[in-house]
Design a protein around this ligand. Structure first.
Ligand code: PLP
Length: 345
């Protein structure tokens, strides 16, 4: 039987009703264009206050790839390169968007999805002269592509290495709502702001219709960003569409409540899978879950719900990915678990 709910992604639904309400209200007003409206200003102020970095600049953009390429290309000189893990989103799933701006992405193996200081050191040691690109920016995402999260100590170690080698530290927060509310997380938004030169807060995957908030903490990186945003076609005339949503997300704890809900649904799913004896690629504390199933079980599951095929595991088994969202209902998780129990029985 086909279930109603899909577990393919955390952007399958539109927007949380409170954000839609905020949009209805804002669209009944006349607003200044190009992100200079009062909703964007208030949202930026709320984010800066949460970050505890009064000098930080906030720019509202539309999507993750756009935010990564805009920020990274703005921060680097022509010969400078990015350091990322092999599985990093900028290295694997952005159609070469960073490279298309002229900057190589140097990759190193990950450990549970994460970049390690040793990985950074290896790339620094391998790129030492003007015949090679110059590593200049360290890219991490939290959560990682494997749904894992960085600890404060891990980010501190990476930042210390960045400082020792004159590198910029950039964090892709497409799923930072899930990361900061995951079990075992010891970071706050203020910690992330203190530890990075720039990062972004993902709205698209955490209850917004669309939108990411780029937070540029280091004043040395802030000059002319609005010129670059406009030149790349990323400055929305109706910028309030993103600003009003971030205002609704951050005027109270809604942003964090939505991340916590998505995590709770994924943890319910992960616990049920384990109880049913299903192996996992990795134990994930966040809203992505990676079961290992036989090909026949996966073929059966395709008839039941939607999910991503993640990759091969062995001759007989493959990894799939389930993602839960701010809108996932517990009954939908339970129905999926029942279907899986029938398949693996
Ligand atoms: C960590 C991360 N960064 C960036 C992106 C890209 O976002 P978009 O699809 O909005 O360009 C994604 C999307 O899946 C992501 O997971």
């Amino acid at each position: 039987m086909q279930l109603k709910a899909s577990f393919r992604n955390d952007y399958s639904e539109g927007a949380h009703p409170r954000l839609l309400q905020a949009l209805v209200q804002a669209s009944a007003e006349q607003n200044a264009g190009y992100g200079l409206d009062r909703h964007s200003a208030r949202a930026a102020g709320l984010i800066v206050a949460r970050c505890g970095q009064p000098q930080a600049q906030v720019h509202f953009l539309v999507g993750g790839t756009q935010t990564n390429l805009l920020a990274i290309s703005a921060f680097l000189r022509p010969h400078e390169a990015v350091i990322a893990v092999e599985s990093g989103h900028v290295a694997t799933h952005e159609t070469g968007a960073i490279e298309a701006t002229g900057h190589k992405v140097l990759v190193t193996p990950h450990v549970d999805g994460k970049l390690t200081p040793d990985g950074v050191r290896t790339l620094l040691a391998a790129n030492t002269s003007e015949h090679m690109v110059k590593p200049r920016l360290v890219y991490v995402s939290n959560t990682t592509e494997l749904g894992t999260i960085y600890s404060k100590a891990e980010l501190q170690a990476l930042r210390a290495l960045c400082d020792a080698h004159g590198l910029l530290f950039f964090l892709d927060g497409a799923r930072i709502g899930s990361a900061l509310t995951a079990a075992g997380n010891d970071l706050t938004l203020a910690d992330i702001a203190a530890l990075t030169h720039a990062f972004y807060i993902g709205g698209t995957k955490n209850g917004a219709l669309l939108g990411e908030a780029l937070v540029v903490v280091d004043p040395a990186l802030q000059a002319d960003l609005r010129y670059l945003i406009k030149q790349r076609g990323a400055m929305l005339a109706k910028g309030m569409v993103v600003g009003a949503q971030f205002e609704a997300l951050f005027e109270d704890d809604l942003f964090f409540e939505l991340g916590a809900h998505a995590n709770a649904m994924a943890q319910r799913l992960q616990a049920g899978l384990k109880a049913a004896g299903t192996a996992l690629l990795i134990e994930s504390p966040s809203n992505q879950v990676f079961p290992v199933l036989t090909h026949a079980q996966i073929d059966g599951l395709v008839q039941v719900t939607a999910f991503e095929r993640w990759g091969p595991y062995s001759e007989t088994h493959a990894v799939i990915r389930f993602v839960t969202s701010w809108a996932t209902r517990p009954e939908a998780v339970d129905a999926l678990l029942t279907a899986i129990k029938n398949l693996v029985r």
